[in-house]
Design a binder for this molecule. Structure first.
Ligand code: PLP
Length: 395
């Protein structure tokens, strides 16, 4: 390519973020399916079930009328309904004025990072962790500071590890998730409280990704909204409410940030898709339906937790919440990418290699998503068992 052409069309350095490896796994699975074989999909973190029936009905009814832009902060009745959710679920009173509707939690991160941080600011995230945190931070010119976590702390950042990183070079923020992706582990209310207190003492801004709330099995997940009005809470209709493709979520922010986010969202997107906001408001009435879906995940969790050790995958993290099981496969391979590729090609079970979530230790782990059906979980365990049997025989 000519130098002069390159100058016109080459992408910026900050857009150079790594892809999500799960997309490569999905593409490989699609090739196997195109050849006529059936793959059990445990690679993508999304519910198999549709949105609650009442959400779909509300969207259908709304389609008949005009769908205009909404207020940049979101439809007022949806913001009020989200506030009621905090009252009902956590017994926490939130002023709807502090609630902002977003295009999934993904847009919530962009808005939060833009509002809280300047280019060059350092923000702590846990490793293993959800890759887009660090990729969005990079695209916005901030530095993601990766804090290694261990089983002893349920794979969460602790006051000690936070402060040690802060002493090395000042942090501007810290982002936590509980239940977490990819580990499926949770922070206890006490651990969340202690980390928040340490961050607040040190002047480190606190962001809590609560997208997997509602999908907690080991103990009840607590919200950072209880701890302080200064905490930024990010949530979504994608997971508990099975609305990934509707692209709607929300954030709770301090009063002082509302106007800045209003201006940003107004400029960046005008507003969140109206149809999705209408469906989201109705979704809160579909909780009974969603609890049935959740019980399905609990059953899937039981099948895997009991079944996988019997077929040789006996090392995995506590399966506290969300719909992920993070398994240590180092007994079989020191290259989880290769392990996942072969499991897909030879057993037709798709899972995500840990290297997506943890550049260092991830080569020992793979992530299974158990948001499918119980029959699929049984079949996956059986297929993995036969395949690992052959693998060990080969060795
Ligand atoms: C931990 C975590 N946070 C945020 C997201 C983004 O979800 P959404 O933008 O659909 O709300 C995901 C998606 O998988 C996730 O796992």
């Amino acid at each position: 390519m000519l130098e002069s052409t390159k100058r016109l069309i080459s992408p910026s350095g900050r857009s150079d973020v790594p892809p999500f490896m799960v997309v490569d796994v999905m593409a490989a699975a699609a090739r196997i399916e195109a050849a006529g074989d059936r793959v059990i999909h445990m690679e993508v973190g999304q519910p198999a079930a549709p949105a609650p029936a009442c959400a779909i009905a509300a969207a259908r009814a709304a389609l008949a009328g005009p769908l205009r832009y909404t207020e940049s902060l979101g439809i007022p009745s949806l913001r009020a309904r989200i506030a009621r959710h905090y009252q009902e679920r956590y017994r926490v009173v939130i002023d709807p004025a502090r609630i902002i509707v977003t295009t999934g939690s993904s847009a919530g991160f962009i808005l939060a990072f833009l509002t809280l941080f300047e280019p060059g600011d350092r923000v702590a995230v846990a490793v293993p962790g959800y890759p887009p945190y660090r990729h969005i931070l990079k695209a916005l010119g901030c530095e993601a500071v990766l804090i290694e976590t261990t089983a002893a702390t349920r794979f969460a950042i602790t006051p000690d590890t936070l402060i040690a990183a802060h002493r090395r070079a000042p942090l501007k923020g810290v982002l936590v998730a509980s239940p977490a992706n990819p580990t499926g582990t949770m922070m206890t209310a006490q651990a969340l409280h202690d980390l928040h207190a340490a961050a607040e003492r040190e002047g480190v801004r606190f962001i809590s990704d609560e997208i997997y709330h509602g999908l907690d099995y080991a103990f009840a997940a607590d919200t950072a909204a209880r701890l302080s009005e200064n905490a930024i809470v990010i949530n979504s209709f994608s997971k508990y409410f099975c609305m990934t493709g509707w692209r709607v979520g929300w954030m709770l922010v301090p009063d002082a940030l509302v106007r800045a986010i209003d201006r940003l969202q107004g400029n960046l997107a005008i507003s969140v898709p109206t149809l999705s906001q209408i469906a989201a408001e109705a979704a809160f009435d579909g909780r009974a339906e969603m609890e049935t879906v959740k019980h399905g995940y609990e059953e899937n969790r039981r099948i895997l937790v009991e079944g996988l050790p019997k077929v040789g995958l006996d090392k995995f993290l506590p399966v506290d919440g969300g719909f992920y099981l993070y398994a240590d496969v180092s007994r079989f391979s020191s290259d989880s990418f290769d392990f996942a590729r072969r499991m897909l090609e030879e057993a037709h079970v798709a899972a995500t290699p840990g290297v997506d979530f943890d550049p260092i230790e991830g080569r020992h782990f793979i992530r299974f998503c158990y948001a499918g059906s119980a029959a699929e979980m049984h079949e996956a365990v059986e297929r993995i068992g036969k395949w690992l049997g052959r693998w060990l025989g080969r060795k």
